[in-house]
Design a protein around this ligand. Structure first.
Ligand SMILES: [Zn+2]
Ligand SMILES: [Zn+2]
Length: 301
């Protein structure tokens, strides 16, 4: 069959549809670079660039958890102010990292309160001073410790803090009515985790934090993760919390065994796999190995 008769047989649309579809798709992506998805009970998620955002649309106002970057939070604000067009009541940060808080600034004058764990605020202030970006920050005006409850919406929002993990200021934001917990960067779902030792991270305690998290929530709890390798796996269940815990346990155990075997830091961070860790992907396996090495060496010395 020559090309002409093939096209004729396949119909004109055969070649035209994918082309049209591609144009339509790229235009759609350009206009809507983000994704918004309602999960359940008026709680939804927003993803574009950075750590996943969650929002709760209450009867009279909206709560937001995390803010990605300024451009992204603007997209969220525009979308929510158009539909459903309610005012914002509170913005809560899971922790200070720029991919979760640099979008706070877009909420300036729009949200009456920003809340976070005390250490999250201290970290945000320290990093902003170091990077000379203090004028680009909207800092939390409400800080909390181990637990906190925000009671000014139809349903209360609760927060939990169990000590150092990914940083020393990670809290879990829980919507009890929906049974949805935004765990921020306490879970990198099937993706090599960033471990911020400069902000007081502890892998050893992170494992304990994930244990407490599994004890706190039930089998119906829907978890929202800061990051995932597969965008479809940005939410999950308790089994994913357990998988994250096992990954961190294997990471520490591997690095420990390598140190005991007399391997140097450079040798250890060159590893391309970790025994027992089969599902984790992406960039930065070396970053976790380095963080684990530094933490373990500190404990040994
Ligand atoms: Zn993050
Ligand atoms: Zn982070």
């Amino acid at each position: 069959m020559n090309r002409r008769s093939f096209v004729k047989n396949a119909g004109v649309g055969f070649g035209a549809i994918p082309l049209l579809r591609k144009d339509w798709l790229s235009q759609f992506i350009q206009e809507n670079p983000y994704k918004m998805k309602m999960l359940r009970n008026d709680v939804g998620i927003f993803t574009e660039k950075g750590g996943t955002i969650a929002y709760y649309i209450s009867k009279n106002n909206i709560a937001v958890v995390d803010a990605e970057f300024p451009e992204q939070s603007k997209h969220l604000i525009d979308a929510l102010q158009k539909d459903p067009g309610k005012p914002f009541g509170i913005l809560i940060n899971t922790h200070h990292h720029g991919d979760h808080t640099s979008g706070n600034i877009s909420f300036k004058g729009i949200v009456p309160h920003v809340a976070a764990h005390t250490n999250s605020l201290l970290n945000q202030q320290r990093v902003a001073r170091e990077k000379n970006t203090e004028d680009q920050q909207l800092y939390p005006d409400i800080t909390y410790g181990d637990t906190w409850e925000y009671k000014k919406m139809k349903e209360n929002i609760k927060t939990y803090y169990w000590g150092p993990a990914h940083t020393n200021g990670d809290s879990v934001i829980f919507f009890p009515h929906a049974n949805i917990a935004h765990v921020g960067d306490l879970v990198f779902n099937r993706r090599w985790a960033f471990i911020d030792r400069s902000a007081g991270a502890s892998i050893k305690n992170w494992i304990i934090v994930l244990d407490k998290m599994q004890g706190q929530f039930d089998n119906d709890t829907l978890f929202v993760f800061g990051h995932a390798f597969d965008p479809e796996k940005i939410t999950g269940s308790k089994a994913d919390i357990k998988a994250m815990q096992v990954y961190l346990e294997n990471l520490l155990a591997f690095v420990n065994s390598q140190i005991k075997a007399g391997k140097t830091k450079d040798e250890i961070i060159k590893a391309t796999s970790i025994p027992g860790v089969t599902e984790w992907q992406g960039d930065g396996i070396d970053h976790g190995l380095r963080a684990a090495y530094e933490e373990e060496i500190q404990n040994i010395m």
